[in-house]
Design a protein around this ligand. Structure first.
Ligand SMILES: NC(=O)c1ccc[n+]([C@@H]2O[C@H](COP(=O)([O-])OP(=O)(O)OC[C@H]3O[C@@H](n4cnc5c(N)ncnc54)[C@H](OP(=O)(O)O)[C@@H]3O)[C@@H](O)[C@H]2O)c1
Length: 248
């Protein structure tokens, strides 16, 4: 019998994904995906009691992804009703240093893995028509630009393009949306937060001041759940007003 439904969260071993897993574990069972088993176990142990499962997988390996996820769902006899793609690859690379491998690395983790996971989750045999809602963690840079961000920003813009087309293709049964965070303190950005002057300068460009992983988690919870039942194909920017601020 396969009637146990799960939320799959990639990037659950750290930062925003960790916060989303801890928060959603109060209501749902979670599949926690990441590479670092120690960190995944640590998050699992801090989740609310439940039948949470670890999927230790390197999402840059897009060749084996479909079989790995299909095997997991079959072995555990579970289905996935909600999917949050939070895993992300971010590297600042000036254009004169670009190598084509940089695009492969970023696009495989940030976009291709998300698309292949959705492909499995909409497969009737693999997931039994269980999927209801998907949220991709994009970035507020998806719609803007910054020096040395050509690889990362194009990968997030591509992720949002994927989100919009999936929203149309999978309607009316499945909703697909993106959350576009501004800068928040996580392992990915920790080095920036060591520079007090930089952070003070950054904070002055955020009309609502700096945010944190809980602010991002609240937006994900909203878009995933039934209160957002008439919202699909949308980018929800959560950045304290940073990207609409044109103050000189
Ligand atoms: N922090 C920010 O300011 C900010 C702003 C805008 C958008 N974002 C986006 O927010 C998302 C979460 O990032 P974060 O800030 O929470 O950073 P983080 O703490 O570094 O978390 C990144 C997560 O992605 C996972 N991951 C990375 N590469 C992976 C791979 N090849 N296979 C499987 N998992 C992989 C990591 O898992 P393992 O380490 O276990 O592999 C980790 O759980 C990312 O998509 C990022 O682009 C962040």
């Amino acid at each position: 019998m396969r009637d146990v439904q799960y939320i799959l969260i990639t990037g659950a071993s750290s930062g925003m994904g960790e916060e989303i897993a801890l928060s959603l574990s109060k209501e749902y069972d979670i599949i926690l995906c990441g590479r670092d088993l120690e960190r995944l176990n640590n998050v699992k142990n801090r989740c609310a009691p439940g039948n949470h499962i670890i999927w230790q997988y390197d999402l840059s390996n897009v060749d084996d992804l479909e079989s790995s996820l299909t095997d997991l769902l079959k072995r555990e006899e579970i289905s996935v009703s909600h999917f949050v793609h939070c895993a992300g690859y971010m590297k600042m690379i000036p254009v004169k240093m670009l190598k084509k491998e940089n695009f492969t690395d970023a696009f495989n983790v940030n976009i291709v893995s998300a698309a292949l996971i959705v492909k499995i989750l909409v497969n009737k045999r693999a997931n039994h028509v269980a999927l209801k809602s998907v949220v991709f963690i994009s970035s507020n840079i998806s719609n803007f630009g910054a020096k040395a961000f050509s690889v990362y920003s194009s990968s997030k813009a591509g992720l949002d393009g994927l989100m919009r087309s999936l929203a149309i293709e999978l309607a009316p049964d499945i909703r697909v949306n993106s959350v576009l965070p501004g800068g928040v303190r996580t392992r990915m950005t920790e080095s920036m937060y060591q520079d007090e002057e930089l952070i003070n300068r950054m904070a002055s460009t955020y009309p609502l001041g700096l945010g944190n992983v809980t602010d991002i988690c609240q937006a994900v919870r909203f878009l995933l759940g039934e209160n957002a039942r008439w919202i699909t194909g949308q980018q929800l920017t959560v950045d304290g007003g940073r990207t609409i601020n044109i103050t000189g």
